[in-house]
Design a protein around this ligand. Sequence first.
Ligand SMILES: [Zn+2]
Length: 181
Amino acid sequence: MTELMTRWNASHDRLNAATIARDEAFRASNPSRQQIARAQEAYDAAVAAHYAILDEMNAAEDAENRAEEAAAVAAAEAIIRGRERPQGEKEHTMRNTDTMTVTVRDRSAESPWGQGRTSPVTRTVTISAFCPVCGERRGEPFGMNQCDDGAWYWVQRWDNPCGHLDRYPDVIKESESVNMA
Ligand SMILES: [Zn+2]
């Protein structure tokens, strides 16, 4: 039991005792005004102490909820960023190189639409580190988990600072020419 719970239980007992004492003071056959005032004072103090502990318990619970929420958000962000990629997959970066190696989805290697269950095929390919349209450096790849028809797979994407979009089929085509060169 936590220290707060111990104090809460003790406070509860104190409040019960104060309530009984006050009721008895009121019910006494010959109650003195002073007796009633003292019992009422003790009762008020017990109520105040009880609510103070309740506030503390609520604050502790809020803090716990906030911590849980933050952990859930962090876990979701990690999944979105693809931190939890399958074992054996390496995140490739393109720092200070003329090429970049990325994992992409290769739809041309998948069975045609309508034939059985979707099973995404991914490929790790090497392409130029520069945009084929304008020659500016491509964006830094980041990994992400994707889901298609219940099948999960991990691929990388990148946002080119120049704004030109790299489509996976073009990337695969480019990688084939890079490898032949
Ligand atoms: Zn470009």
